[in-house]
Design a protein around this ligand. Sequence first.
Ligand code: SF4
Length: 366
Amino acid sequence: MFPGAEKYDIDIELAETAVEELLLVGPDDVDAADRLTFSRNVFVPLTTACRYTCTYCTYYDPPGTEALFTFGDDPDDRYTAVHDQLDRWGHDSIHAYLRQACEIALEEGLLPHANPGDQTPAQMRRVADVNASMGVMLETTADVRAHAGPRSKSPGQRLATIRTAGELAVPFTTGILVGIGEGWRDRAESLLAIRALHERYGHVQEVLVQPVVENDRWRGGSPSVETLRQATAMARAALPPEVSVQVPPNLAPAQELLDCGVDDLGGVSPVTDDHINPEHAWPAVEELREVAASGDATLTERLPVYERYLPGSLRSDSFEGVPADSTRDWLSERIQTAIGAEDRAGRRYRRALSAGPPAAAPGQLR
Ligand code: SF4
């Protein structure tokens, strides 16, 4: 049973044989992908306040000196300063504020992908229709000291958030964080727990394998390349083929992981910093192309929502995957309209769906 499972009513049972089998998987047991994807993004942190204080995180800062521009995990739950600021701006919660930010993004021709930490069903419902996809890192199903503090993340709550996304038919991104004190069995169980939820709802579009990195707060070291290679191979083996395995090239040695089943390189921003890992700049698209070439793979752009969740009328002619369950409403009318629009943004989205090599766009870094 995972820590917090009872409190959050997590009904995932993992077969011991599945855990044992996954623990035996290595790089030689999986195939390299012949196609890598990435997406362009603009990173918009709404607040650096967070109710937690994970010891490897340089993102959070207690509020007091800054305007509320940037979003850790449920910050208005912990800090009255955040709540008061939101109140002055006419929002009753951080999710009301997030909704407005997503609406502005849509108006500006961007497809929102919000990652606001753990969410209750009511919170997620409040923003689901203005997001193309959402996400939260599971990180690990284990209780680790790195999450310690007066308040700490609960694996049960993380799993509940991923389950909520499935119940609400939200295409979802999650992942494991490698090197925060978890063991191999924890990694296997984390990946199998994600698989179990995906098998139930079909909503997990990608799973990150992300190493913890040294920074001002974390001096616990980073996992070795060999550790990352095995963890990546385990992710590939644990997850069904339609779920992408992503490594972030600004944090992980992507070239050395390509033969372990990686098929996505995550988001790259032409204009903003990686605020979660500010010391590790996002690579330019040209660098991603080099990574792909080193593994004899093609590089194609994708949207923040994977194509299989789009209705058939919006999918590209070159789509070869298996469509997600068409009886579920994966995307709101509003998001569908944004993707299908023939305006400035629509052309951009359609180009990303063309499955060709990334095309140059005016004003975008190459
Ligand atoms: S890792 Fe996430 S939950 Fe933990 S302190 Fe940082 S922003 Fe908050």
